[in-house]
Structures are given as structure tokens and as C-alpha cells.
Design a protein around this ligand. Structure first.
Ligand SMILES: C[S@@+](CC[C@H](N)C(=O)[O-])C[C@H]1O[C@@H](n2cnc3c(N)ncnc32)[C@H](O)[C@@H]1O
Length: 218
């Protein structure tokens, strides 16, 4: 089944190719890797998981789970994770990875659009949106607000997205700036926020914005 999303087909085809290639790998149990996952590692500097916290009690959602590494990492840390992506290859890869890691009971993967995915207010201990909200274009900022509402008091929001510098794209990416993100997180505790610039090739240098924030009690 094909999910129609706002990101151009060409971009979706590029990610699809990557996930299909990964699906050919026999061993999917290695979870370390991409620099864009750095805020997830940071998250656990700020979270003190209670030792007697029941496994599976904490509920996370990951939007655009891609290769599934983050969803599985969170499940390993004790979260029950709902993961969603619009590509069947991402869904299959995440499921296969979770199976190899014996985490299938903690990772529920759904094929869907991260924009229309039903997300209730105050329903998650952790909401993760890495490298995806920017592909919702005019819906990027409204969706960010909806996601922030879906975090329970004391829960966490982990974000990464591109900023300038970035090569021009045929459909301009909706970059969320650091100022916009800080404004959206007004009243939250921002444990970490930062940017970096990565030179990917002679033609491509990209900026990234990261944040780990915690919602305060109302
Ligand atoms: C740059 S990759 C990021 C994947 C992953 N979050 C990460 O950081 O490794 C972008 C992902 O967003 C997904 N995606 C883009 N637009 C989407 C949408 N509207 N609904 C669901 N998934 C979407 C793509 O399928 C792809 O897996």
C-alpha cells in the first residue's frame, strides 16, 4: 500500500532505496550510528528512569521511524514504542530489527502519515520527531504544536531537523529555526538545544538543530 504524503516522491524514493538496502543486511542488531540520533543519547542523561519503574509503563511515539534504530533503542530502554512511517520498507525494517532484538512486544509499527496520525493530547511520556517535521511544509508548525500537546506533564520531546546552511531543494524544506523552536517550547524546561553544521560532500553542507525538552507540570 502506498501512503501519499507531502514530501516529493523523489525524496521518498531515496529513503526507500536506503531502507531496502538495509533490509538485505542479515544482522540488524547494531543500534549505534547516525549523528542525527545524538539527542536520543542525550535524552538519557536527563531522564532518571526509576529503578522500580515497571517495564513497559512508559509510552513513546516516534514519528517517521525510518530505519527503526531509534524505536528499538527506546524499547531497549524500557519504553513501549509506537512508531509510524509512510514507507512500507521502513515499517518492515523496523519490525525486522525489533524481532532480531526480541523487542517486538514493545515496538508497534504502523504505516501512515505523520501528519494525520491520530495523536491525543497528554498521551505520551516521550514524543520523538527526528528529521521529519520539516517535510510537512505548511503543516510543520501546526503539527509541532499538536505534538507538544500530546506530551504528558513531565514527559519529554526530542527533536531534530535541518536548518541553513542547506542546498536549495526543489520544494523548499520548511526549516524550523532555533528561535521558532524556543518560542514553541515556552514554559518547558529545555535540557539541551544546539546546532551543528556537517559537510556531507563537496556540494552539500547541512545545518542541524537539536533539542531535548521536558514539559513542566501545569
Ligand atoms: C530523513 S528520514 C528520517 C528518518 C528517521 N527519523 C531518522 O532520523 O533516522 C525521513 C523519514 O520521514 C518519512 N516521512 C516523510 N514524510 C512523511 C510523512 N508525511 N508521514 C510519514 N513518514 C514520512 C520518510 O519515509 C523517512 O523515513
Amino acid at each position: 500500500m502506498k501512503v501519499k504524503v507531502k514530501a516529493p516522491d523523489k525524496w521518498m524514493e531515496g529513503w526507500d532505496k536506503l531502507y531496502r538496502k538495509m533490509l538485505e543486511e542479515e544482522d540488524l542488531t547494531e543500534l549505534e550510528g547516525l549523528h542525527v540520533h545524538y539527542p536520543i543519547q542525550q535524552l538519557f542523561w536527563f531522564i532518571k528512569l526509576d529503578e522500580d519503574e515497571e517495564a513497559g509503563e512508559l509510552k513513546a511515539v516516534e514519528l517517521a521511524c525510518g530505519d527503526g534504530r531509534v524505536a528499538c533503542y527506546l524499547a531497549q530502554k524500557g519504553y513501549t514504542v509506537e512508531a509510524v512511517d509512510a514507507l512500507p520498507s521502513a515499517v518492515t525494517l523496523t519490525q525486522k530489527r525489533a524481532m532480531q532484538l526480541n523487542l517486538s512486544h514493545r515496538v508497534k509499527v504502523t504505516l501512515g502519515d505523520i501528519d494525520t496520525w491520530k495523536i491525543e493530547p497528554s498521551s505520551y511520556d516521550l514524543v520523538v520527531a527526528l528529521q521529519c517535521l520539516q517535510y510537512l511544509f505548511e503543516r510543520t508548525m501546526p503539527r509541532l504544536q499538536e505534538l507538544l500537546k500530546s506530551v504528558k506533564p513531565k514527559g519529554f520531546f526530542v527533536y531534530s531537523g535541518n536548518i541553513l546552511p542547506h542546498e536549495p531543494t526543489e520544494k523548499p524544506i520548511r526549516f524550523i529555526t532555533e528561535e521558532e523552536l524556543k518560542d514553541a517550547l515556552e514554559g518547558w524546561t529545555i535540557h539541551s538545544i544546539g546546532t551543528n553544521v556537517v559537510r556531507r560532500s563537496a556540494e552539500s553542507t547541512r545545518g542541524y538543530l537539536f533539542a531535548v525538552a521536558q514539559k513542566q507540570l501545569l
